[in-house]
Structures are given as C-alpha cells and as structure tokens.
Design a protein around this ligand. Structure first.
Ligand code: 4AZ
Length: 237
C-alpha cells in the first residue's frame, strides 16, 4: 500500500531550484482545511513531505515525514501555457490519518464550482509580491471566491485559461496565493465535505485587481489519477 499526493508540475521544475526556501504545501489535505499541512522540502536530495506540520519553527508534535519515492508528472503538462500543471507524489510509506492529517476528497469529474462560491487556499508561499517580505513561519490560509472561466479568460486574455484550469480571487484584489504556494490545495465545502477543486498553479503577480489566482482543475484529473494510482500500486482499486 502506498500514498499519493497531488502537486504542481511547475513547482517541481521551478520551486525546486530555490534553495533554502521553506516548504511547499501539497494537496494531500484534510477534512477541516484548518488543521493540516503537507509540505515538501527543497529537493536537492529528493523531496521530503512533512504531514501535520503547522510551523517551520519549534515543535510540531503532530508532524510526521515521508520521503518521496516517485514523481509522476502529467504527460500533457505544458510549461509555456501552464496547462495540466499537476503531478502525483508517491510517499515512501502509508500515513496513519488522525485529527491533524487526513485525506481530502478529490473533485469528481462532473463537479461544478460556481463562480462566487468561496474556496480556501493554504500554503507557505510569499505573503505579498514584494521580494523583501519575510516568508511566513506558520502555514497561511486565504479565502477567495471562484471566478468563472469566461470572466477569467477576459482577465487574462481569451484562450489563456483552459478547461483544465479554475480561477479564484476578488475583483478588487487583496487576497491570493503567491509564489511558493504552487502545488498546494484549493478546497471548497460541498454538502459538508471538503472537496479539492484546484492545485495552486500560476497568476500574474499576486492579489492584483482583476487578476485572480489560477489553479489546475482537479475534476479534470480523476481518471488520470485513478489510472496512475492503480497501475503503480497493483491491487489497490
Ligand atoms: C507561483 O509562481 C505563483 N497569484 C502561484 C500563484 C500565483 C502566482 C504565482 C497566484 O508559484
């Protein structure tokens, strides 16, 4: 048995080049968006995933770590357009779920996230566009409404937001994911359950007006994820 976690293909290529950076949030999330965290350390010697970690400093009594033994990048990832910006990380061994570490539901293929519906994004990324801002020491969380693809295409230029993307942000700006958050989860609550709708992918700047954050649309990857997990883990399904 093994455990897989969703990440961003862009983060694998770009953020891994950063050294000394903190962590990246991964998309193995929890029933309550407020109590989990999964981060991947800089990958000079391979990735380490920290689960249940809330702070970069001090004791994290609920944290456990696993190494990453396999990275499966989406075959149609396009680094020019950011289309299909997802990958799967295989952890070295299963994790026991508890109040601090729990899985999130993946958006089903037919899931709809209406524009205006709130979503929550978490991560260890930059807290603003300015380079001089300190990296957060605690896992951050932001609440942003979904922006429909038609509107998001108007914002970014028609054709740049594909059906494999989902956007979220305020038209006035001010709240967003940012560099270093890539790979992390965007979750929404549907019928009392936390559903992962997106994986942090890209955006023009951070928290700018009429330039929402763009996320890989998880509902497009159900089939791919299931195929990968079962073919890499015989007997699981
Ligand atoms: C990045 O480079 C990044 N404002 C992630 C999210 C956003 C922008 C940039 C969204 O990882």
């Amino acid at each position: 048995m093994s455990v897989f976690s969703l990440w961003s293909a862009k983060a694998q290529h770009q953020d891994c080049r950063r050294t000394g950076g903190p962590c990246w949030q991964l998309a193995l999330a929890g029933q309550s968006a407020k109590i989990w965290s999964v981060g991947a350390d800089c990958c000079s010697l391979g990735l380490t995933v920290n689960l249940g970690r809330q702070s970069l400093q001090g004791s994290n009594p609920n944290a456990v770590s696993r190494t990453v033994t396999q990275i499966i990048k989406h075959p149609n990832y396009n680094s020019g357009t950011n289309d299909n910006d997802v990958c799967l990380l295989r952890l070295s061994s299963p994790v026991t779920f508890n109040n601090y570490i729990s899985p999130v539901c993946l958006a089903a293929s037919d899931s709809i996230f209406y524009s205006g519906v709130n979503s929550w994004v978490t991560g260890w990324g930059n807290i603003g566009e300015g380079v001089s801002l300190p990296s957060p020491q605690n896992l951050m969380e932001v609440e942003v409404p979904v922006v429909g693809n038609r509107q998001c295409n108007c914002d970014y230029g028609v054709g740049s937001i594909t059906d494999n993307m989902i956007c979220a942000g305020l038209s006035a700006g001010g709240k967003d994911s940012c560099q270093g958050d890539s790979g992390g989860p965007m979750v929404s609550k549907q019928s009392g359950r936390w559903i992962q709708a997106g994986v942090v992918s890209f955006g023009e700047g951070c928290a700018r007006p009429n330039l929402p954050g763009v996320y890989a649309r998880v509902s497009q990857y159900q089939t791919w994820i299931r195929t990968q997990i079962s073919s890499n883990q015989p007997g699981f399904m």
